[in-house]
Design a protein around this ligand. Structure first.
Ligand SMILES: [Fe+2]
Length: 441
C-alpha cells in the first residue's frame, strides 16, 4: 500500500553514532525531549508520549535485562487491527514441512527478484530450528531487494535479526535513528523494533539474515584471552535519535509467530524524538574484528572467531553463534592450516560475503551458502587438502575473503523452497571425492 508519491521525508536529528555494545545509551533529536531523572513524568517533554519497549522480562537479572524508553509523537498503541498479509517466501519455526537432511548441502545465490521487490517482499527462508512460540531456535533467511520500502515499516516480534549484507548498501531508518550498512557490516535489529530499509545507492541489495528466536546475542566471554580481543564492545554503533514527522498512510508490517500481519497507520511510526535504554539496534564493521589464532601449532577450533553468541539455558551451548572468517595470518608450524576435517554436534550454515573461503577452492560463492548439519562429515576439499599438505609453511596471509557461519545447537530443517525450488547444488559430495589413501603401514 502507500501512495509511493511522497518523496519528502522530514527528519529531525543528527547523523552521528553512539558506541558500546549493551550500554545504556540515550539520545534526543530535539534538545529537552528526553526527561531527566524519571522515565514517565506526568507530562513528557514537548508533548511527546512515553513508551517502554521491553526486550527482556521485567524481572530478568541486570546483565540480561534490556529495555528502552521511547518519547514519540504518537504512542504505538494507536493503530487499527492487524490483518494477515501474504508471507511470500518467509517461513517460521517449527520447520516440519521437510524431512531433516543429514547430507552436506550447498546452494548458489538466489536468482534476482522481480522488479519492485523491497526488503520485506524479498525475504526468503532457507530453514531453521526450534519453536517461535517457545522462543527457542533460529532461522536462516536470505534477502534480496531492488527497491526501497515505501510508506511501510517492518518489525519482528519473533526474534532479533542479525543482518549480513553481501551486496549493496542499506539505509535502515529505525525508531532509534538511522543506520547505514553495506557488505562487511552486520546489523543487529532487536526484537520488535520498527524499521524501514532503503537502498540509498539505488542498487539492488542482497544478503543473509539470522533470525534468533532465543535469548539475544551478546559478546562472548573471553576467558584466558583476557580483557581484549575478538569483537570490541566499543566498535558497536547505535544510531542517534532521528524522527519522521509524517502524516499520511503507512503500512506497519509485523512478523508474529511466523506470519506477516499488517495494519494501516495515518502517520509514520518512526516518530521517536528521544530515547534511552539498552534495547537498541547496532551496526558492527566485521573488518574491525580482532582475529586471534595459533602462533605455535594446530588450527584452533573456530569458536575463536565468534563475534556474537546467543546463549541457551546451558552454559557454553549457544542457541546460535555468529562466527566470522576474516583476513588473518597463518603461521602454525607442522600444521595442517586450513580448517580440519570434522564432525560437529552443532549445525553449521555458512555464507560468503566476499572473496573465497580457505577450505573450498570453488563452488562456494558470495551470496551462496552451505549447510553441514549435526554430525555430517566435512572439511577441506581434495584440492585444498593436497595443496595444504604439501605447502611450504612460511607465514602466509589469508588476505582474500570474508566468510561467516551461523552455528546452532539444533539441526537446521529446510523449507520446501530450499529443497524443491531453489535446489541445493548437484554433486556437492564430489568435492570430497578422490581423497587418496596414503596409509603406508
Ligand atoms: Fe564445519
Amino acid at each position: 500500500m502507500g501512495s509511493g508519491e511522497r518523496t519528502t521525508v522530514t527528519t529531525g536529528g543528527g547523523t552521528g553514532q553512539l558506541t558500546g555494545f549493551g550500554n545504556e545509551h540515550s539520545s534526543e533529536a530535539v534538545p529537552g525531549a528526553l526527561p531527566v531523572g524519571r522515565n514517565s513524568p506526568q507530562r513528557a517533554p514537548l508533548g511527546l508520549y512515553a513508551e517502554q519497549l521491553s526486550g527482556s522480562a521485567f524481572t530478568e537479572p541486570r546483565a540480561a535485562n534490556r529495555r528502552s524508553w521511547l518519547y514519540r509523537i504518537r504512542p504505538s498503541a494507536a493503530h487499527p487491527p492487524f490483518t494477515r498479509i501474504g508471507n511470500g517466501a518467509l517461513r517460521g519455526a517449527p520447520f516440519d514441512d521437510t524431512v531433516p537432511d543429514p547430507n552436506r548441502l550447498r546452494w548458489d545465490p538466489l536468482p534476482a527478484p522481480p522488479a519492485g521487490t523491497d526488503f520485506v517482499a524479498g525475504l526468503w527462508t532457507l530453514g531453521g530450528n526450534g519453536d517461535i512460540r517457545q522462543r527457542t531456535g533460529m532461522a536462516v533467511h536470505l534477502y534480496h531487494a531492488n527497491t526501497s520500502m515505501k510508506d511501510r515499516v517492518f518489525s519482528d516480534a519473533d526474534g532479533e535479526l542479525l543482518i549480513v549484507p553481501e551486496r549493496g548498501e542499506l539505509r535502515l531508518r529505525t525508531e532509534f535513528g538511522v543506520l547505514r550498512a553495506g557488505p562487511g557490516h552486520i546489523v543487529l535489529m532487536p526484537r520488535g523494533v520498527r524499521f524501514r530499509v532503503e537502498l540509498p545507492a539505488g542498487e539492488a541489495a542482497r544478503g543473509y539474515i539470522c533470525e534468533n528466536y532465543g535469548r539475544p546475542f551478546v559478546l562472548p566471554d573471553l576467558g584466558p584471552i583476557g580483557a581484549n580481543g575478538l569483537a570490541a564492545a566499543r566498535d558497536f554503533e547505535a544510531p542517534v535519535a532521528a524522527y519522521e514527522d509524517i502524516e499520511g498512510p503507512v503500512e506497519a508490517v509485523t512478523k508474529f509467530c511466523g506470519n506477516l500481519w499488517a495494519t494501516a497507520l495515518d502517520h509514520s511510526p518512526l516518530d521517536v524524538v528521544a530515547w534511552h535504554g539498552s534495547h537498541v539496534p547496532y551496526r558492527y564493521d566485521l573488518r574491525r574484528f580482532n582475529v586471534l589464532g595459533s602462533i605455535s601449532f594446530d588450527h584452533p577450533d573456530p569458536s575463536i572467531f565468534t563475534v556474537l553468541t546467543a546463549p541457551s539455558d546451558t552454559p557454553g551451548l549457544a542457541g546460535v553463534d555468529f562466527v566470522v572468517f576474516a583476513p588473518r595470518w597463518l603461521v602454525g608450524e607442522d600444521t595442517f592450516r586450513p580448517p580440519y576435517f570434522h564432525r560437529n554436534v552443532m549445525s553449521e550454515y555458512m555464507g560468503l560475503i566476499e572473496g573465497a573461503y580457505d577450505a573450498k577452492a570453488e563452488g562456494f560463492v558470495p551470496g551462496g551458502g552451505s549447510l553441514h548439519n549435526m554430525m555430517s562429515a566435512h572439511g577441506p576439499d581434495r584440492e585444498t587438502f593436497e595443496r595444504a599438505s604439501a605447502a611450504d609453511l612460511v607465514p602466509a596471509k589469508v588476505a582474500d575473503g570474508l566468510a561467516f557461519m551461523f552455528e546452532t545447537r539444533w539441526p537446521v530443517t529446510l523449507t520446501p523452497a530450499a529443497v524443491n525450488e531453489h535446489r541445493p547444488q548437484h554433486g556437492y559430495d564430489n568435492v570430497w571425492e578422490g581423497l587418496q589413501r596414503h596409509f603406508t603401514a
